[in-house]
Write a protein that binds this ligand. Structure first.
Ligand code: AMP
Ligand code: ZN
Length: 464
């Protein structure tokens, strides 16, 4: 079956063809850590989790990079206001972000580069743009000259006729109607306080857009497969990323651009600046589980607007109960006769699930296939028409679905599972099966679990 994505760049559904067969390199714009992430932000990270997990389900090896925007207009503004050094100001937000990812069962990306750790890469990129005639300086600020880049405006669907020649914008965020040369590097001024770097292009700090170009290309190469983000990232952020990257390298930057629609609350986009945000922690305090929030965030098609309501969370809770009861009751079912229809039910469910997700991650179709499957297998079970072998095949099927959905309670019991894998690895090493031992370590690393061999035995911790 062919995997198809709606590409924001061409506005068409296109067959997914990775640059390197069997491998996918993708970049995800991560959180701006000036305030705790809200569930709207997690809608974007949840869509990316679905994408990542489904690519893995299809057998691709995925390398995902998600940046941490720990220096930009907002982080500087708020850390200065609170008189806290920038790194100290962003650290608790970053820590909470990772905890929230775990609560929501979002799989870890392979890399989480922080912008403040990549200033030399950003400066090098600005210098390259200067050398190639795409950047110019005004009073220590460097701007990207968009008139020099003929492809500008393709992603954001910008009418370049409205462009005012010579207009410049220094702010990281701006609207479509103020399309103009944007800042790559901002010279230090008093409001920046102690936030600056002394570099070849002067004392200052990067603009937001150059951060993602520098970090994505460092970890994924000049040309990679997929770039994702929320709809609000499309313009100017992603438009500017394309301009900076392609102007610097002369190569195509990204093949597929995928953007998710907004999560809205009380009729408006949930946003840190509007203040209509719900935090995951508040929902947990109200007695909702991380997996209920996960269900609610994942179950609307990523390109559609998602209306956040408490009723929606209740519905998620009920559906999850059904899903998990199905698994536990099925596991306990001793098996009965067979009327030979189970195989067809399983086949139909697998086809329905995969055909739907292959079609631009149509989650509604996929979930319908899963819940039809639950209903049909339950019926066979109630009639005593499911053999022990068929029961095991049905369990295997729902567990396969769950590698993408991650709704099963057993998935929450991660600690016991990790301990068991560590014990298996120790045993494998004892038996000189180093290939198996290394594989276990690599699989755990991919899940963000780091093993340390200590004299007291093997310890594990989560990667931050
Ligand atoms: P920020 O921390 O504001 O840079 O946003 C991090 C990610 O969340 C970006 O991909 C945004 O596009 C996305 N995002 C922000 N608000 C929402 C929302 N209400 N619904 C969906 N995605 C959002
Ligand atoms: Zn970005």
């Amino acid at each position: 079956m062919t995997l198809v994505f709606k590409n924001s760049l061409t506005r068409l559904k296109e067959e997914f063809k990775p640059i390197e067969p069997g491998k996918v390199r993708m970049y995800t714009c991560g959180p701006t850590v000036y305030k705790q992430a809200h569930v709207g932000n997690f809608r974007a990270y949840m869509f990316e989790d679905l994408l990542r997990r489904y690519l893995k389900y299809k057998g691709y090896e995925v390398t995902q990079v998600m940046n941490l925007t720990d220096v930009d207009d907002k982080t500087i503004r708020d850390s200065q206001k609170q008189k806290i050094p920038l790194k100290q100001f962003t650290a608790p937000m970053i820590k909470e972000f990772f905890e929230d990812l775990d609560t929501l069962g979002i799989e870890r990306a392979e890399e989480y580069p922080a912008a403040t750790d990549h200033i030399p890469e950003m400066v090098a990129l600005v210098k390259k743009l200067i050398d190639k005639g795409y950047a110019y300086e005004v009073d220590g600020n460097y701007y990207f000259k968009i008139s020099a880049f003929s492809d500008y405006g393709k992603l954001g669907n910008i009418d370049m006729a409205s462009l005012k020649p010579g207009a410049r914008v220094a702010a990281d965020e701006y609207e479509k109607d103020s399309v103009s040369d944007f800042a790559l590097w901002k010279a230090w001024d008093e409001a920046d306080g102690d936030v600056f770097w002394e570099t070849d292009i002067g004392k200052g700090r990067p603009g937001w857009h150059i951060e993602c170009s520098a970090m994505s290309m460092k970890y994924l190469g000049n040309h990679f497969d997929i770039h994702t983000g929320g709809e609000d990232n499309k313009f100017p952020h992603h438009e500017n990323e394309i301009a900076q990257s392609e102007a610097a390298t002369g190569e195509k930057f990204v093949n597929y651009w995928l953007h998710c629609g907004y999560l809205i609350a009380e009729g408006r986009k949930m946003s840190k600046s509007l203040g209509n945000e719900y935090r995951l922690r508040e929902l947990l305090e109200q007695g909702y589980s991380g997996v209920a929030v996960r269900y609610m965030l994942i179950s609307t098609h990523y390109r559609q607007q998602l209306d956040f309501t408490m009723d929606g969370l209740e519905a998620a809770r009920n559906a999850l109960e059904r899903y998990n009861d199905f698994i536990s009751n099925l596991a306990e079912f001793p098996g009965g006769d067979s009327d030979a229809t189970a195989g067809g039910i399983i086949e139909k469910a697998l086809t329905g699930f995969e055909e739907s997700l292959d079609d631009d991650l149509n989650i509604s179709g996929a979930m319908a296939a899963v819940f039809d499957f639950i209903r049909d297998i339950n019926r066979l079970k109630a009639d005593g028409k499911l053999s022990a072998t068929e029961r095991d095949k049905a369990l295997e099927t729902i567990r396969k679905f769950d590698t993408v959905l991650n709704f099963a309670h057993e998935a929450e019991d991660i600690d016991a599972e990790i301990e068991a894998l560590i014990a298996e690895r120790t045993e494998a090493k004892k038996n000189k099966d180093f290939a198996r031992a290394d594989k276990i370590r690599d699989d755990l690393t991919a899940r963000g679990i780091i093993l340390e061999d200590t004299p007291q035995g093997v310890r594990w911790k989560r990667k931050i």
